[in-house]
Design a protein around this ligand. Sequence first.
Ligand code: FAD
Length: 404
Amino acid sequence: MAVRVGFVPHLLPLRRSFSSAPVRRADFTHAVIGAGVVGLAVARRLASTEGTSTILLERHASPGTETSSRNSEVIHAGLYYGTDTLKAQLCIQGRQMMYELCAKQGIPHRNTKKWIVAQDDEQWGACLRVHKHAQSLGIPTRILSQEEAQRREPEVRALAGVVESESTGIVDSHSLMTYLHGDFENRGGDCAFLTPVTRIEALDGGRAGYRIHTTSAEDGSETSITAETVINSAGNSACHINNMVLPPARHLTPYYAKGTYFSYSASFPRPSVLVYPATLPGHAGLGTHLTLDLSGRIRFGPDTEWVDDPTDLRPSRERLATAIPEIRAYLPNIDEAAIDLDYCGIRPKLARGGSSVNNGSGFQDFIIREEEGFPGFVNLLAIESPGLTSSLAIAERVHSLLHK
Ligand SMILES: Cc1cc2nc3c(=O)[nH]c(=O)nc-3n(C[C@H](O)[C@H](O)[C@H](O)COP(=O)(O)OP(=O)(O)OC[C@H]3O[C@@H](n4cnc5c(N)ncnc54)[C@H](O)[C@@H]3O)c2cc1C
């Protein structure tokens, strides 16, 4: 659908009821920028409220072509984040919502479970801390006996022990996004693809809404629409959208942590559970782990590499050399010749070197907030892992921010 040219809204303070007012003040009540899994979930949730109209603006020709299709597709349990963090709260809530939605709508998924494996005392200490923390959050984890671990996955090495996360699983992220997209449109939402947002004006400081300028990716034509609220769900470009709206003193610099995946073409060994090495403090990610897709295909990764360009998605061969010993540590009989470069994804970061796990120094939580002084402008920043798992819960949170 092409973006409709907007009309100038009344420069009056907007009410927040989004009731079906006789005089509509803007073209849309809500404009969501970015049709990744989070933008789709948010737009779908907002479109469910009567008297609202929601448009989803996406620069590419279809939804979910950036980070949302370049991840591990894991439904995370929420093991690694401090009790008071948004990551813990939204991952736990989002995981439950995800399993329910997938079961109800027939979206392919599986409760594979996950093992966190330790090879020495230091790693086992880290595993036990995760186990204890999980218990305090009410997330089911258990310590496996050596006999059970050997029986279930004889090829997985865990010299010092295994903690199992029972609620971890996988989801077909493409089927999920196809469902969210369809359901958004069924609820009356509009999608505008090939529509990059290039400029945003806060009308009367946002009190009269926002004028969103776009340039067609097809023919370069420029147009604009108005919306009472703007939700910035632009993933790796979220800082750029932020900087279009907020004054220079509140501008943000984006950082990018690339993760490379490795494929495995041999039929042996083939564990049926996800395998993660114990995470020691200070790591930017969760180590080069083993995940599965719904067809049983193994992939290793992602690793972490800081890059300057968010479109730098080419896997590089040098990464393979570092990954192999990490993989061999928990899967010693791996056939190295069958491991190859696969694909990359890029995590949106707000600082270089920060940690996405644990609540220690440098930890970066999700940022989900209506920006002070800009009513109706909601920023979703640093939505890295577990953003896929949390997407439905993030949508609930945005909805409650806007419908206070
Ligand atoms: C390597 C890796 C592994 C991960 N593994 C997992 C996992 O196993 N489980 C999990 O829960 N999470 C995981 N994540 C996190 C998860 O993938 C992300 O949190 C989630 O996909 C983010 O979705 P999003 O919609 O915010 O962003 P995106 O998918 O990046 O979507 C943003 C959209 O905004 C659009 N956009 C940007 N700028 C503009 C503009 N100016 N105008 C119009 N459109 C614009 C983009 O084109 C894009 O489509 C992983 C992430 C990475 C990088």
